[in-house]
Design a protein around this ligand. Structure first.
Ligand code: CP
Length: 340
């Protein structure tokens, strides 16, 4: 029988997620060793888009537990992949996702996929067909390395970092997801996953963004569902200064307007007036006791999304966040492939 996928943390129960976070903390502190627990196991990673942290941390996680990771880049050393059903394949793609997923599943113990949005409309992109296609046609577990809608491994590392800083009782702690200006319209996978992570932890979640930059309504509904279970609260704000005041966590992330998805000139025009949506020292000074933490998934554009002063100041935990990708993914791989 096929074991569990991790396409989104939404698909896992609160108990399962909290157990993963506890295990990640034990692995980081060396309270659990599990040195050879993945000996002979192979993770097949398919990257349709670039990565520094995700690729490296998964390769290192497999290595640390005696396993091995193989990395493929379709269109660059591996065949371009077609994901549409019943299509006449007379364009660039030489390989169909059906064969790609079935064959990779014969070679390894899990498949992991990164695929950012490529569609022309949000209606199409939001279906997340590439990651779902791999999951449908693979008979080994599939891990999402960031798709159009979710970046679950980032969400796990974000939750781990918040718990490290503030403990496991996060009632009353204010988490602000702060939209940031960026020269390009970016996907909503990270902001949605970060807000879902904070909601699961029972925080007071505020999503701050200029008008026209709402998250997908289904993602907001998922955040609210998590908060209903965890006991936290939800608010939205169009005023960044007001939102970050008294915050415990400021999580900056840019994302493109979903209303204007696929209409690049109109989307750029909508984003243009909001260059001041950047986290600087004054905004971090206004957090609770001037001691809120600054989070970002990385890579981050210095002095566009956040100032040098914040990244080099006492607030930034971005390197811990990136390190925690490794430990959260060690816990994930041991749970999926460790034979327990
Ligand atoms: N945060 C993150 O996923 O980083 P990479 O894009 O470098 O993998």
């Amino acid at each position: 029988m096929k074991e569990m996928n991790l396409l989104a943390t939404d698909d896992w129960s609160d108990k399962e997620i909290l157990a993963l976070l506890d295990r990640a903390a034990k692995l980081k502190s060396c309270a659990e060793n599990a040195e050879r627990a993945l000996a002979g196991k192979v993770l097949l990673m398919v990257f349709f888009d670039p990565s520094l942290r995700t690729r490296t941390s998964f390769e290192v996680a497999m290595l640390k537990h005696g396993g091995h990771a193989v990395c493929l880049e379709p269109g660059k050393g591996a065949w371009p992949i077609e994901m549409r059903d019943k299509v006449v394949m007379d364009e660039d793609a030489a390989e169909h996702i059906v064969e790609a997923a079935r064959v990779l599943a014969r070679y390894g113990d899990a498949i992991a996929v990164r695929a950012f949005p490529k569609a022309e409309t949000w209606e199409e992109a939001r279906q997340d067909q590439m990651i779902k296609g791999f999951a449908r046609h693979s008979d080994v577990p599939v891990i999402n390395l960031e798709s159009t809608r979710r970046h679950p491994c980032q969400g796990l590392a974000d939750a781990m970092t918040i718990r490290e800083r503030f403990g496991t009782d996060l009632r009353g702690k204010k988490f602000v997801l702060s939209w940031a200006w960026h020269p390009r319209p970016l996907p909503t996978a990270v902001p949605a996953s970060a807000a879902i992570a904070a909601a699961r932890l029972g925080m007071e979640v505020t999503v701050a963004h200029p008008p026209g930059f709402d998250l997908d309504p289904d993602d907001t509904a998922t955040i609210r569902d998590c908060l209903n279970r965890s006991g936290g609260s939800f608010s939205e704000s169009h005023d960044l200064d007001d939102a970050v005041e008294g915050a415990d966590v400021v999580y900056a992330k840019s994302w493109g307007s979903l209303e204007l998805f696929g209409n690049a000139p109109a989307e750029a025009e909508c984003r243009a007036p909001h260059r001041n949506w950047r986290i600087d020292e004054a905004r971090m000074e206004s957090t609770r006791d001037a001691a809120g933490i600054f989070m970002h998934c990385l890579p981050v554009r210095r002095n566009v999304v956040v100032t040098d002063g914040v990244l080099e100041g006492p607030w930034s935990v971005v390197t811990d966040q990136a390190e925690n990708r490794l430990h959260a993914q060690r816990a994930l791989l041991l749970s999926l492939l460790g034979g327990e």
